[in-house]
Design a protein around this ligand. Structure first.
Ligand SMILES: C[S@@+](CC[C@H](N)C(=O)[O-])C[C@H]1O[C@@H](n2cnc3c(N)ncnc32)[C@H](O)[C@@H]1O
Length: 220
């Protein structure tokens, strides 16, 4: 039986890890958010699901392509929400980013309200990933995109080793694999969520081979 998983360490340790050690890994998803951003009408909204302490929205805010967007990070566990808010309030984007309590299975957002949704390293933390995928698709505007990155259980051993070395440099334990999905399992989740026709799953080379990219494009 799956359940919503906390991070291995507490919110302060997670924040130190996420903000100090993960630069190259962060850039993979942030660059995709910049490249794939659609030009849609209405209030512009970027959402990060399972935001941890808000590292991703803060990086995205630094890109001119996201000027004029409201940026929201949703997080399930209260200590992460609190730590994320402290960090955002101490930073230069405090007026643009909100870190809010929110469950990936039932995002507190109206239907068709989000231009770009990112969910990084969170799918495997969720009790019901199929329910969450459906909810991510629900909140996308027509023409909007969800960019879901997650480490995979069938990652190449040498990439996993390099990733764990990066974690060890800031005193973070090696990543665990049991709860993560293989590529075949992700394909099955997407089919079960009835999203196969609007999704693609990619695996890139280098560090990106640690995980997969699942794109969900809501038809315009
Ligand atoms: C490995 S962290 C990734 C954090 C952030 N996305 C990043 O890449 O730095 C996964 C996060 O998902 C959060 N989480 C777990 N269950 C959740 C749920 N049901 N809804 C929202 N967030 C959840 C955890 O608390 C944790 O902060």
């Amino acid at each position: 039986m799956r359940k919503n998983l906390r991070n291995l360490h507490d919110a302060d340790q997670y924040d130190a890890y996420a903000s100090q050690a993960m630069g190259p890994w962060d850039e993979l998803v942030v660059q995709r958010a910049v490249e794939l951003k659609p030009e849609l009408a209405g209030d512009r909204c970027f959402v990060d699901v399972g935001t941890g302490t808000g590292v991703i929205p803060e990086l995205v805010a630094g890109y001119g392509e996201y000027d004029g967007f409201s940026l929201i990070g949703f997080e399930y566990f209260d200590d992460m929400v609190e730590r994320g808010n402290q960090r955002i309030q101490a930073g230069v984007y405090k007026d643009r980013i909100k870190i809010l309590k929110g469950d990936a299975h039932a995002l507190p957002l109206p239907d068709a309200s989000v231009d770009v949704l990112v969910c990084r390293a969170t799918l495997h933390h969720l009790e019901k990933p199929v329910v969450a995928l459906k909810d991510m698709a629900r909140v996308l505007k027509p023409g909007g995109i969800a960019i879901i990155h997650d480490p995979r259980r069938d990652a190449p051993a040498e990439i996993l080793k390099a990733f764990n070395e990066m974690r060890a440099k800031v005193g973070y334990s090696p990543t665990t694999l049991d709860e993560k999905f293989t590529l075949d399992e992700v394909r099955a989740l997407v089919r079960e969520a009835d999203l196969a026709a609007v999704s693609e799953i990619n695996v890139a080379d280098g560090m990106a081979a640690l995980g997969f990219e699942l794109l969900i494009r809501k038809p315009a």
